[in-house]
Design a protein around this ligand. Structure first.
Ligand code: HEC
Ligand code: HEC
Length: 282
């Protein structure tokens, strides 16, 4: 019997080592400092540009995650995953320069130089300079308020494990060939800076959302299967054909896509139909 106990004790010791390793590795991953140049972008000051910034912050999802007034939001709170917090924007902005905030959005490096993990900065990397400047203009109008979320992120065991094993990658993205101005043809631009957070054009992808894992379908084909009216209805209500429930798209329609004009929705659809034709095997 003694040797069985020894094996059990050995197993327990191994477990402890594995847990410590996961803890240490995940701590290192979130605390390491990333060297990243600051983008030369200043907040817009013109009231029309600031109003446009509030709209961009809607359809790029900033206000869905950080709260409509940027007051912060606890995105998830779960014993195994942990507490994921999108912080109150006015409070972060009070201790940051415009360039530091632009670096958070575009390159996934926090004000204090640490990697960003949950926020999709790898996708926001493609935002034009002027759209980042407009978003910053909107953030600079926000003021700390009593309803602000002040708790911070706490990593649960599942997140630590994912961090330690590379199951959760940082959003750090050093790429730097962004347009200065928003392109006139916005279809591809919005697909690249928003839809691609969850969808790939040509294959299904698992999206780990607030409602659990869901399959975000291959975007070009599935969009081309809609006529323009059905596509508008989908983006405006999040309802599929025949009233089919689409939980992630419904949430996005209510909080995010409401920032789009009808012309912009049509431009997204036109772009996706062209991509579907291009991807068609000939
Ligand atoms: C999917 C949810 C989500 C979206 C969309 C999102 N954020 Fe975040 N944001 C977060 C979370 C969570 C954090 C905490 C850091 C992390 O992700 O690791 C964060 C952190 C930040 C920070 C603070 C970084 C620091 O130094 O502490 C700023 C500023 C910020 N976001 C601005 C924005 C802006 C502007 C947008 C839109 C362009 C945006 N966020 C979109 C979830 C989101
Ligand atoms: C937050 C993640 C997320 C974002 C952002 C997102 N989608 Fe989706 N989408 C999904 C998921 C997940 C599904 C599968 C159904 C569901 O769970 O809602 C889906 C389904 C769809 C469908 C299929 C609907 C049907 O009838 O079956 C279309 C079309 C679509 N998305 C278009 C878009 C477009 C266009 C954008 C950008 C403007 C976009 N999505 C942005 C997650 C997302």
């Amino acid at each position: 019997m003694i040797w069985i106990r020894r094996i059990l004790a050995g197993g327990a010791a191994l477990m402890v080592v594995a847990v410590l390793l996961a803890f240490t590795l995940s701590e290192w991953r979130v605390r390491r400092t990333v060297a990243m140049p600051l983008p030369a972008i200043e907040a817009a000051h013109d009231p029309a540009q600031i109003a446009e910034g509030a709209r961009v912050a809607t359809f790029e999802g900033c206000r869905a995650c950080h709260g409509d007034r940027g007051q912060g939001r606890v995105i998830q709170n779960d014993a195994m995953i942990g507490r994921i917090v999108a912080p109150a924007l006015a409070r972060v902005a009070a201790r940051a320069t415009d360039a530091e905030l632009a670096r958070v959005i575009r390159h996934g490096v926090s004000v204090s130089g640490k990697p960003i993990y949950i926020m999709p900065s790898d996708v926001f990397n493609r935002l034009a300079d002027e759209d980042v400047a407009r978003i910053l203009g909107w953030i600079r109008t926000l003021r700390p308020a009593s309803g602000d979320v002040t708790v911070s992120t706490r990593l649960g065991p599942l997140l630590r494990f994912a961090l330690a094993t590379g199951g959760l990658n940082s959003a750090v993205n050093p790429a730097g060939d962004q347009p200065r101005a928003r392109p006139g043809d916005v279809g591809g631009y919005y697909v690249g800076t928003l839809c691609s957070f969850c969808h790939a054009l040509d294959h299904d992808r698992i999206h780990q959302g607030e409602f659990g894992p869901a399959t975000a379908p291959a975007l070009a084909q599935v969009a081309a299967a809609h006529d323009p009216a059905a596509f508008r209805h989908l983006l405006q209500t999040g309802e599929g054909a025949g009233g089919r429930a689409l939980p992630d798209m419904k949430d996005a329609a209510i909080k995010v896509f409401k920032g789009f004009t009808v012309d912009e929705i049509d431009a997204i659809h036109a772009y996706l139909r062209e991509e579907a034709a291009r991807l068609q095997p000939s």
